[in-house]
Design a protein around this ligand. Structure first.
Ligand SMILES: [Zn+2]
Length: 345
């Protein structure tokens, strides 16, 4: 069985920012292969793992096509310029807040490590990405170029570790923890009444791109995204929000990319109640997820999302609760394997 901590530690250590998903694709392919009927990678780099319906249909229920989606890309940094003294300028891949990444460790794909620092005269409150540089310890441009070239990409170089009773901190909970959820659901499925497509999507962090083409090719009846969501449980939150870590799987109702199908929200809620799975509702004012793209593919699909409440999203230290991850796995497994009525809203 996939262990939550071991698997997130393994996946979060893989160097694969958006657009450079090959390394994480290879790791996920190896982990998913024993449970798959078919695996393919599409032109955008989405990894699509197909698990066909079992012959357990009652009456005239026709298997539905269900697309589960968790993005496997991460945010990162891409080199734009190396100056005469060997300091490396970069641009963001996805949402990076300059103040959040100041003084953090990063690593390039070849193992070169460095630290993010800022131009001396700039105040932290005025920081922009272009005021930051990566110091890899080189004494000159020539020395730096032995290790790093323009267009190389870097990611956070922090570790995955446990805190408290059941909480885990990791650089890329977003969204490798959802990849863990998809793997755990995939391995747990018995007697599925539906055709299941487990999509490890590409390029979510730069505008929900991979899920668009994946949904176009799969043409699902029902789509379910799994992602992290913000919480309102830390001191002095700017934006009020009910979600808390440790209070269960978050059933998404709305975010900036979609309003979930009421039917899907209600089905998820009734399963959670019937099986006593700890759950809460999510209304996220900013941010989006793959379900927003699935909903609008072709003639549209009925979609929902289950989120893992996570603190400090898009920092090198994202924190979630293992119990919420397990609740999400239980809820999603029951939802996708049973009869669905996608033709009514
Ligand atoms: Zn995400």
């Amino acid at each position: 069985m996939f262990d939550v901590f071991e698997t997130i530690a393994k996946l979060a250590a893989v160097h694969s920012p958006a657009g450079f998903e090959t390394p994480i694709t290879e790791v996920l392919t190896e982990l998913a292969t024993p449970y798959a009927d078919e695996i393919r990678v599409d032109a955008l780099g989405n990894l699509i793992v197909y698990r066909k319906a079992d012959a357990v249909q009652d009456g005239d229920y026709a298997p539905k096509k269900v697309m589960l989606s968790a993005h496997m890309d991460s945010i990162g940094m891409i080199v734009t310029h190396i100056d005469e003294n060997g300091f490396i300028r970069f641009s963001n891949i996805g949402g990076l807040s300059p103040a959040t990444i100041l003084n953090i460790p990063v690593k390039f794909a070849n193992g070169t490590r460095g630290v993010v620092a800022k131009d001396g005269k700039v105040e932290i409150k005025d920081l922009k990405i272009n005021d930051l540089y990566i110091d890899i310890g080189a004494g000159s441009k020539e020395e730096a170029q032995k290790y790093v070239s323009v267009a190389d990409v870097a990611v956070f170089a922090s570790e995955t570790y446990r805190v408290g009773q059941t909480r885990i901190v990791s650089p890329y909970m977003d969204d490798r923890i959802a990849c863990v959820v998809l793997l755990k659901v995939l391995e747990s499925i018995r007697d599925s009444k539906n055709d299941l497509y487990f999509v490890f999507s590409s390029q979510e962090e730069v505008g929900i791109r991979g899920a668009k083409t994946a949904a176009f090719s799969i043409e699902p009846d029902v789509g379910l995204a799994v992602d992290v969501t913000s919480t309102g449980d830390t001191p002095d939150m700017k934006v009020p929000m009910e979600c808390s870590i440790g209070k269960g799987a978050a059933i998404k109702v709305m975010d900036a990319s979609l309003i979930c199908s009421p039917k899907i929200v209600r089905t998820l809620e009734s399963i959670a109640k019937e099986y006593e799975i700890k759950h809460q509702f999510e209304v996220l004012q900013h941010g989006g997820t793959d379900a927003g793209a699935i909903q609008l593919a072709r003639a549209g699909a009925h979609v929902g999302a289950v989120s893992i409440p996570t603190r400090y999203i898009h920092s090198p230290q994202e924190m979630c609760d293992e119990e919420d991850v397990k609740a999400a796995c239980a809820l999603i497994g029951l939802f996708v394997a049973n009869e669905l009525e996608p033709k009514t809203n």
